[in-house]
Design a protein around this ligand. Sequence first.
Ligand SMILES: Nc1ncnc2c1ncn2[C@@H]1O[C@H](COP(=O)(O)OP(=O)(O)O)[C@@H](O)[C@H]1O
Ligand SMILES: [Mg+2]
Length: 182
Amino acid sequence: MIELSLHILDVAQNSIRAKAKNLAINIEEQLSNDSYQIEFIDDGSGMSGEQLKKVTDPFFTTRKTRKVGLGIPLLKHTAEQTGGRFEIKSELGKGTRLTASLGLSHIDRPVLGDIAGTLMILANNEFSTEIKYHHKTENGTYIFDTEEIKKSLEDVPLSNPEIQLYLKEMIKENLEQIQISE
Ligand SMILES: Nc1ncnc2c1ncn2[C@@H]1O[C@H](COP(=O)(O)OP(=O)(O)O)[C@@H](O)[C@H]1O
Ligand SMILES: [Mg+2]
């Protein structure tokens, strides 16, 4: 089973390729209505109505390097398989919002997995898309914001291996404190 962090990596990379300046990744775990929601909001190129219609079809991709695009159809499948729902809205020139709600306690809901590793890859993206990761549970909220981190690092680049190790540990520790499910 694919970990949620890998779904997140793939879908977030779409926003980066769409040259978004900002990408918000919001996760909300709610025990009360048994939902695990993942939302992506970007201000990238957006999609036309026609593109949008095709986007949940596994054989649609504008990429040249891989034959089929599986990122969005796979996440949609995972959401629906766990009794949740999937929605994508997009406007050309404005951006895209994608929401996947999964069943929190559903047996087929994948674990989050290595989100710290995923965030490190995304934080070092080639188009300098700023990533804002919000993770909310009933125990609290953790925010990882590349813009803030870059400011506090001053002249040290985010790509510095020691910084990356440090940030990964920081993310893991902070998430452990609020996580209610695997
Ligand atoms: N956030 C986005 N902004 C603009 N276009 C997008 C976005 N997400 C997806 N797309 C378009 O939908 C296509 C399919 O995406 P996806 O299913 O992840 O497969 P792939 O990334 O392999 O092409 C992309 O190639 C791209 O054209
Ligand atoms: Mg993709």
